[in-house]
Write a protein that binds this ligand. Sequence first.
Ligand SMILES: *Cc1c(COP(=O)(O)O)cnc(C)c1O
Length: 434
Amino acid sequence: MKQNRKIVLSESEMPKQWYNITADMKNQPQPLLNPGTREPLKAAEMEGLFAKELVAQEFSSQRWHDIPEEVLELYKIYRPTPLVRAYGLERALDTPAKIYFKNESVSPVGSHKLNTAIPQAYYNKVQGITNITTETGAGQWGSAMSVACQHFGLDLNVFMVRQSYDAKPYRKVVIKSYGGKVHASPSALTEYGRSLLAGDPSNRGSLGIAISEAVEMAVTNPGTKYTLGSVLDHVLLHQTIIGLEAEKQMEMAGEFPDKIIACFGGGSNFAGISFPFLRHKLTGDGNSKAAGLKLIAAEPAACPKLSRGKLEYDFGDTAGMTPLIPMYTLGHDFAPEQIHAAGLRYHGGGRIVSRLKADGFLDSIAVEQTEAFAAGLLFAKSEGIIPAPESTHAIAATIREALKAKESGKSEVILFNLSGHGLLDMAAYEEYLP
Ligand SMILES: *Cc1c(COP(=O)(O)O)cnc(C)c1O
């Protein structure tokens, strides 16, 4: 009998803890550094910028973290998300590989970003913070923070990369619909923004610049904290809800993946889908299939931090205001080409993923935009979902692996993360379509 197409968990089966992979890493990631002293950053120094509990998670070596009740309740708006057997894509490729995808596009804002926006807003609220700042590239993170801040009654200022602000007009409408304020970056609202505009009034902006502006606004205003949508350990921690659900669902299907694939911007959806499975390999807990598990991070060829970057200490932003992060980086002033997958245009890989890459636990591949869009269209036609431009990179990598399996005649199990849908990215699709 053919297996179900969708493998679903009930609300009561949703995991109630997040997984912290650093508890199981033999080689610990190097510490963040204070950019002034170059000494390991202390938690107290980070609390000027982030909510206390998020900082505690950032420095935690505890393996499991309880998900607060209020966060679980909000997760239930869209979680557990389905795991889908991609029969349509398998047929289109005529591959012996079994392809599964975790569908994070079903969240109200259409991406996985809400998994961390909800707890980040929650921990700020609990601490008595009233105002939040953040940046957004494609608009996905800004939308997610806007929903979350609205729920907890927090005021939100979003600095949106000018390029996306102009190219993706509906994203800012989404942010505003939930009550957030959105500013094209560089903006005249910060000293750093004004200095850039003085040099070049038509500056198109970058994620690094927008981060600098959001950080500046947070540190210069009382009762205000900054939030980040990727890269940092606490963000990756929250996203493990994806893989923890997927692990249960794969078990229900009687499978353990041979390969796990996700697109890579700052590493949060990649970590989210893969770390819970990788833990079996790291701990050698007797799961016989885990030993052969392969992880693949799909990057855009225009911004290949893991494939082409150097492992070194670098800033998280362009102005050099953030702590120094030990990571694969293309340089904090790297200006990637204007690709449609704006969410993948970040210069660095974060400290945990970078450590795991250096230790051989994952591979990265670079995908050209044309290959990514072709993969996205094949997926739309075979599975019915138009994927986010970011997610098309994971699909392209999945297709490459499925075609290799066809060539070698080997059946294997591939799991990829569908990080978001592309229904607000029609301008990008229109440009690509003949
Ligand atoms: C932000 C985003 C990404 C990239 O961010 P990661 O932290 O690498 O996951 C990928 N896909 C979508 C849909 C996004 O919104």
